[in-house]
Write a protein that binds this ligand. Structure first.
Ligand code: ADP
Ligand code: MG
Ligand code: ZN
Length: 479
């Protein structure tokens, strides 16, 4: 048993994001995912001698766009470097990356955890090329190498060691995903590996200023595993230290099936990458005017949207935070509000019924048959007392299925709420006359039976009786 309260964790994430360019970073090969192995290669990306890389300007633009979105300084001077190591998925024997002069530095982003906004520093963002993929399944005692991914542009986003809990780390990762998706620079798919993260984890006695020795955990491929892997690693280190041991600086691998981290290599075995400036690419000198243009064209980002939705729509911060995580959801919300829907009601329908239906059918909000003004139209019917909230659920489901307007559905299926007092009274009178025993008990003080009468009346009217009028009437009749 560890005494976790005596310890504090320190976490820094290195996030790799595959950029959504059509072609690779230094050649014209396609970056499309899922093609036949080795069909998207050329002499440049498979590292033939004597070929020259040419930087994809779109990749540079995407890295700058991301840097600006997370408040980085964009370097006026930056350059590529060779990171040398041997591995079968790296035919050149080196990866072109950036080392001393990354394209972006000194930024931050904000995360929202435990009802508080916390700022997390971003040390740097650099560009690099992805490696290929070794495939170990198959019949024989050999492996395959697929080089389609070789040379796909990556951004590595390195955080300051500002994170303190697994939940903060997961939230930070979610924020990165949200931002790169808003920017259209990465699809953020953890399962397919287009967004990956390595977690650096250390612990220190609570109150101590110096950091402890860190381990780097690799192979984390879902948000759930970000938290689980870090949680495991923190506990492992605390246990080790409490038993009088020491943490060693090493790279560890997360094993999701077994739920633990294992040593891959220690610092002594660590690669010496022998970084040196890439001689085949000239240093980058980015034009200030171009940077300004990219900044001008940035979309409104999740933090700004969250703030605006709080101020303009009166949404609580946690709701606004959840709502703005996906740009498409936030924009759907906003269109529904612009069409007259009350913000709180729109938010409730999105987060409740709409998300449920979308998830059930594995659909995204963009393919939703209901268009935002149609939700506003349905809410108007509720506000006008034409349909009850309960009937609205049925109407909403049909809207989702057919894409028809609420008004048409209500009319076609005769779902208009009964707000005619004499009509409701008829139903109530009949129920009272048939329910002698219940009436007696209710009169004797068993107020819970109100629900029984309401339920019977709703049943008789197929849910269409105006609930407010119904309640009032029954109470009046039985008082
Ligand atoms: P490397 O290239 O060896 O991985 P970096 O200096 O680039 O080293 O750091 C990588 C990550 O480790 C950064 O995200 C940083 O915030 C984090 N980090 C550095 N020191 C610690 C520490 N003591 N505990 C936890 N994380 C740390
Ligand atoms: Mg590292
Ligand atoms: Zn190529």
């Amino acid at each position: 048993m560890t005494n976790a309260a005596k310890w504090e964790a320190v976490i820094g994430l290195e996030v790799h994001a595959q950029m959504l360019t059509k072609t690779k970073i230094f050649c014209g090969c396609s970056t499309a995912f899922g093609s036949e192995p080795n069909t998207q290669t050329c002499p440049i990306c498979i590292g033939m001698p004597g070929v020259l890389p040419v930087l994809n300007k779109k990749a540079l633009e995407f890295a700058i766009r991301t840097g600006l979105a997370v408040n980085c300084t964009i370097s006026k001077y930056s350059r590529f470097a060779r990171k040398n190591y041997f591995y079968p998925d790296l035919p050149k024997g080196y990866q072109i990356s950036q080392f001393e002069h990354p394209i972006c530095e000194h930024g931050y982003l904000e995360i929202f955890v435990d009802n508080e906004v916390k700022r997390i520093g971003i040390t740097r963002i650099h560009m690099e090329e992805d490696a290929g993929k070794n495939i170990h399944e198959g019949a024989g005692s050999y492996s395959f190498v697929d080089l389609n991914r070789t040379g796909v542009p990556l951004m590595e986003i390195v955080s300051e060691p500002d994170l303190r809990t697994p939940a903060e780390a997961a939230e930070y990762m979610r924020k990165i995903r949200s931002i790169v998706r808003y920017l259209g620079v990465c699809d953020g798919n953890l399962e397919q590996g287009s967004l990956r993260c390595d977690a650096n984890v250390s612990v220190r006695p609570a109150g101590q200023k110096e950091f402890g020795i860190r381990a780097e955990v690799k192979n984390i491929n879902s948000f759930r595993n970000v938290e689980k892997a870090i949680e495991y690693e923190i506990n492992r280190q605390i246990r080790l230290l409490e038993d009088g041991g020491t943490v060693i600086q090493e790279t560890r691998q997360w094993d999701a099936d077994r739920g633990l981290t294992e040593s891959m290599r220690s610092k002594e075995e660590a690669h010496d990458y022998r970084y040196f400036p890439e001689p085949d690419l000239v240093p980058l000198s980015v034009d200030g005017k171009w940077i300004d243009d990219i900044r001008e064209a940035l979309p409104e980002l999740p933090d700004a949207k969250r703030q605006r939705f709080m101020e303009a729509c009166g949404l609580p911060e946690s709701d606004a935070d959840q709502l703005t995580a996906e740009r498409s959801t936030a924009e759907w919300f906003e269109s529904a509000v612009m069409a007259g829907g009350r913000p709180k009601a729109v938010w409730n329908w999105i987060m409740g019924d709409l998300m449920k239906l979308l998830n059930e059918q594995n659909k995204s909000i963009e393919d939703c048959a209901i268009k935002p003004p149609q939700l506003a139209g349905m809410l108007r019917l509720i506000d006008e007392g034409l349909i009850s909230g309960k009937i609205a659920k049925t109407v909403f489901e049909e809207m989702f299925r057919t894409g028809n307007d609420a008004e048409a559905i209500v009319k076609d299926r005769g779902l208009v709420q009964i707000s005619d007092l004499s009509e409701i009274e008829k139903v109530v009178d009949e129920i009272i006359s048939k329910s002698g025993k219940e009436v007696e008990r209710f009169m004797a003080g068993d107020e819970k039976l109100l629900g029984f009468f309401v339920g019977q009346a709703m049943k008789a009217t197929k849910g269409k009786a105006n609930p407010g009028m119904l309640n009032e009437l029954i109470k009046k009749k039985l008082s």
